[in-house]
Design a protein around this ligand. Structure first.
Ligand code: TXA
Ligand code: MG
Length: 369
């Protein structure tokens, strides 16, 4: 069971904060926004200078495209015309082509943690799309993000609110820690993100739909709810892999500063023993039901067990928070269990493998993907 996001502010304060955020966005500033997946660093998608500020704040290469976030149809809009037409009206200005399959995905999963890549309309700034002919769109399922989008009335370009390559933030406090040198960054606090890893990305811009980034919504769920088959990344022969269309597809990403390793079932101690310094302080993340009673662990003052839930959605919702919290301590090494097989684990497995590869100082036998 997932908890609802718990905004830590009252309705009146929320309204005030949203109005302040809208003013900031209209002036070309940046605002950190909560979504159900991770916090985003948002700017007006139609203001080129504002969009460029996102890239410099993050230290992100200019050819890595951004997702544009859209408001969901208001209740009034959706009751005037049918809901599908209301979505169509909101999406159409951003795209050149809106395939029927894309609309099926929108109706089934928006607002929600699913991003669609479509052919872009000519007015879309190339600063947003990293010079590509396509645009990534999503409508986040978070009341604060939706309140802001409704009030703002335009699209918000927003990558995850972390420095390039680092762990995405899932709490307002993580955003302020990440951008502690930017005291004037406005952060809308919408509580803890419930999904906890970034949205699933599906490319519908040419040929068969392809999964570009796994997330909470799996290809199995998509097929079951809509009948649309989504191919695995790399399955389409014509897919262009020359540009880094998804920065999360880089080998090293989502990385903590502390070295991170994954261990196979039953091999936690082997994994720790491969680490050269036996006096190292090790955070040993274990499945909640499998906390170790092994005297080598219990008797070792330099090893501390940290339990993590066995359900994929709870694991995902805690993952980045856990990595950030462990990173704040003086651990020399973090070891985590390899996630089980199955599509519901693909999102966290993907993040963990890249996090391992990019973590800590360079070591030789990192897990890579
Ligand atoms: O859950 C999420 O998607 C979060 C929240 C804030 O919405 N956003 C997020 O943004 O993860 P970011 O920039 O960290 O990751 C978005 C990914 C990037 O890796 C980017 O390369 C990819 O989406 N992307 C954006 N536009 C694209 C396009 N036209 N074609 C292919 N990939 C694209
Ligand atoms: Mg990111």
């Amino acid at each position: 069971m997932k908890a609802d996001p718990q905004p830590t502010i009252s309705t009146a304060e929320l309204q005030q904060a949203v109005e302040q955020a809208v003013r900031r966005l209209q002036q070309g500033g940046l605002v950190a926004i909560p979504t159900e997946t991770v916090y985003g660093l948002a700017a007006d998608a139609s203001n080129e200078q504002a969009v460029r500020r996102i890239f410099s704040a993050k230290g992100r290469p200019a050819d890595h495209p951004l997702i544009v976030h859209l408001a969901a149809p208001s209740i009034a809009e959706a009751s005037e015309i049918n809901r599908s037409d209301a979505w169509f009206k909101l999406i159409a200005p951003w795209v050149r082509d809106l395939p029927e399959e894309a609309m099926r995905l929108v109706e089934a999963f928006w607002p929600g943690p699913l991003t669609l890549v479509l052919k872009k309309d000519k007015h879309v700034l190339s600063a947003v799309t990293g010079g590509q002919d396509t645009i990534a769109l999503r409508s986040p399922d978070h009341p604060v993000a939706q309140a802001l989008l409704q009030e703002f009335g335009g699209g918000l370009a927003a990558p995850s609110a972390n420095r390039f390559g680092k762990v995405s933030p899932t709490r307002a406090a993580d955003v302020s820690a990440e951008f502690s040198d930017q005291a004037d960054l406005l952060i809308l606090d919408g509580g803890d993100c419930t999904v906890g890893i970034e949205s699933t990305i599906v490319d519908l811009s040419s040929g068969a739909p392809v999964l570009l980034r796994p997330g909470a919504i799996t290809p199995e769920q998509i097929e079951q709810k809509t009948g649309v088959r989504v191919l695995a990344a790399g399955a389409r022969a014509d897919a262009d892999t020359s540009t880094p269309r998804v920065s999360g597809s880089l080998k090293a990403h989502y990385a903590p500063n502390t070295p991170l390793r994954l261990y196979a079932a039953g091999a936690a101690l082997d994994c720790i023993s491969q680490y050269p310094d036996t006096k190292s302080h090790v955070a040993l993340v274990v499945w909640e039901s499998e906390q170790m009673r092994d005297p080598h662990v219990l008797g070792a003052s330099h090893i501390q067990q940290v339990p993590i839930p066995e359900q994929s959605d709870l694991f995902a919702s805690r993952l980045y928070r856990l990595l950030r919290d462990l990173d704040d301590h003086t651990w020399d090494l973090i070891v985590m269990p390899e996630p089980p097989m199955g599509q519901e684990w693909d999102g966290v497995r993907d993040r963990l493998q890249r996090a391992c590869f990019g973590s800590g100082p360079p070591v030789s036998n990192h897990v890579s993907s």
